[in-house]
Write a protein that binds this ligand. Structure first.
Ligand code: HEM
Length: 189
């Protein structure tokens, strides 16, 4: 199952590679890569957050085994998303990037989300979990503001039809709401 999930998580990247190889990334290839990597970073972040309430509701604790892989893949796509922006969009122009981060609020939100996810990815190894002990759980609470900032980034960058980002906002509200209610009621199946 883990190997299968690994392939599923890798599929969006393989598909992008396939489309790039066949020159089928559309009129604006950089934007296509940015959209796809951003979407998959967010998709996997929400799925990672949904694991705990799903385990509580279904009693299937085996699902916990997949949480780390999903979280690390979310960061992997966020990193690709950032690198696309850094290398293909801004050509390492750090002055321009800094201006963007400081002036465009939707970039500020995306950048903050990425910064918050970085320590989570770096501390996802068994060794770091052991070394950090209780603090690991505290640190990993950063996933909540990170997910909110990821959705806000999406909401603010879309100017016309906000249906998709609003659907993500609704999904996040349901997941966070479920986590909160299940925790508060100490629900166990
Ligand atoms: C590292 C900082 C980040 C930068 C500089 C950045 C920048 C961008 C840019 C330039 C776009 C394309 C906007 C357009 O052309 O209209 C975009 C779209 C997007 N980004 Fe980010 N982003 C960052 C972090 C993130 C993170 C961490 C996530 C998710 C966890 C994310 C999720 C998205 C989504 C969902 C889209 C829209 C995809 C679509 O419309 O299909 N971004 N971002």
């Amino acid at each position: 199952m883990k190997a299968l999930l690994f392939l599923v998580c890798l599929a969006p990247l393989l598909r992008l590679g396939w489309r790039a190889f066949h020159a089928a990334l559309g009129a604006n290839p950089v934007q296509t890569v940015q959209f796809q990597t951003g979407l998959w970073a967010l998709n996997l972040l929400l799925v990672t957050l949904a694991i705990t309430p799903l385990v509580k509701l279904t009693g299937k604790s085996a699902l916990n085994k997949y949480r780390r892989m999903l979280g690390v893949f979310s960061y992997f796509y966020a990193l690709l998303h950032f690198l696309t922006y850094l290398v293909l969009d801004k050509f390492f122009d750090f002055h321009e990037i800094w201006k963007d981060v400081a002036k465009r609020l939707w970039i500020t939100a995306g950048f903050s989300c990425f910064i918050l996810l970085t320590p989570l990815a770096l501390t996802s190894t068994d060794g770091m979990i052991r070394r950090l002990g209780k603090n690991w759980g505290l640190l990993h609470r950063l996933i909540y503001p990170a997910a909110i900032l990821g959705v806000v980034h999406f909401l603010w960058l879309v100017k016309k039809d906000r249906t998709a980002p609003l659907e993500y906002a609704a999904a996040l509200a349901v997941i966070l709401g479920a986590r909160f209610v299940l925790k508060a009621s100490d629900f166990r199946r």
